[in-house]
Write a protein that binds this ligand. Structure first.
Ligand SMILES: [Zn+2]
Length: 295
């Protein structure tokens, strides 16, 4: 029997469909088991059935087959079209790729709600945020971070006795977000503050140096130049209260990168006008340019 029993399905309805399909195939198989040719035919039909269902988005495979990306189901596309401007502004062929990447992220992470029930809008928009940041790069899944933890609002950390809006926790392999502040980041489009992009940027920055299947994928030359330019700019932030970047960017290189990412997407024109060298380096690192919509 094909090994699709081990596939993971997220939606109860799909699980039900799969069970029915599985019983159906078992029945066919038992009635043909004495005939080798029919066995081969059965295997072919099984594969085609599964492939057609997966390709149509009706069954969500728990893994991504290279070369056969799983399309985003219609209800999820609707969420992106309604709430995610980055997706809305893409040409249709790029929307398709974006959707496949969102689907791949959704399937590769486990979403946990802390005091909030995780729903489809959360799954889609948080995954879309990760794809927005990585869309110019080869398919980066932020694979070290297998858990997305969602709080309804800011949450109290018993470790440092402070309220947090979000964080990444490499030890727990988790990206943690306040849903209220995540949404706020996208509602207020041009203030250079976007919690989702900020935390995803931390995750991306770390993913690049964590030794796993997604290691060292950022342009090392651009990154080296960026580090030099960033350290100079961090000193200017300290002495310039009207700097484009908020003062928190001067804390360290990681915060500077996360805040640069927020401004890269939300205040691209000002960023390019005021800090053209850094902006250019960001386009090389992320391999996309919000000002030209080029990838
Ligand atoms: Zn941060």
């Amino acid at each position: 029997m094909a090994n699709y029993l081990s596939w993971n399905y997220q939606e109860p309805n799909n699980k039900y469909q799969l069970t029915l399909l599985h019983s159906f195939l078992l029945e066919i198989q038992s009635s043909h088991s004495s005939d080798v040719r029919d066995g081969a035919l059965f295997a072919l039909i099984s594969f085609l059935l599964i492939f057609i269902l997966a390709a149509s988005g009706r069954v969500q495979m728990g893994f991504v087959v290279p070369g056969f990306p799983t399309p985003l189901r219609r209800s999820r596309k609707k969420i992106l079209s309604e709430y995610f401007p980055f997706y809305k502004n893409l040409p249709s062929d790029q929307q398709k790729v974006f959707g496949q990447r969102v689907q791949a992220i959704i399937l590769s992470k486990t979403f946990y709600g802390r005091g909030v029930k995780v729903d489809e809008v959360m799954r889609v928009l948080i995954s879309a945020c990760a794809v927005q940041l990585t869309f110019g790069l080869p398919k980066i899944m932020l694979s070290h971070f297998t858990r997305i933890i969602i709080y309804p609002n800011d949450y109290y950390s018993t470790i440092n006795k402070q309220y947090h809006k979000g964080e990444i926790n490499p030890r727990l392999k988790a990206i943690v977000l306040s849903w209220h502040h995540f949404l706020d980041g996208y509602v207020k489009k041009n203030d250079g503050i976007n919690l989702g992009l900020h935390e995803m940027a931390h995750a991306l920055h770390l993913e690049n140096i964590i030794s796993n299947d997604e290691y060292n994928f950022l342009d090392q030359g651009a990154l080296a130049q960026w580090r030099k330019a960033a350290s100079e700019e961090m000193m200017r932030i300290n002495s310039d209260p009207s700097h484009l970047f908020r003062s928190y960017a001067s804390v360290n290189e990681h915060e500077f990168f996360a805040i640069a990412v927020e401004n890269f997407f939300e205040r691209s024109e000002q960023f390019n006008a005021q800090l053209p060298h850094l902006y250019h380096l960001m386009t090389l690192i992320l391999r996309q340019n919000p000002l030209s919509n080029s990838l």
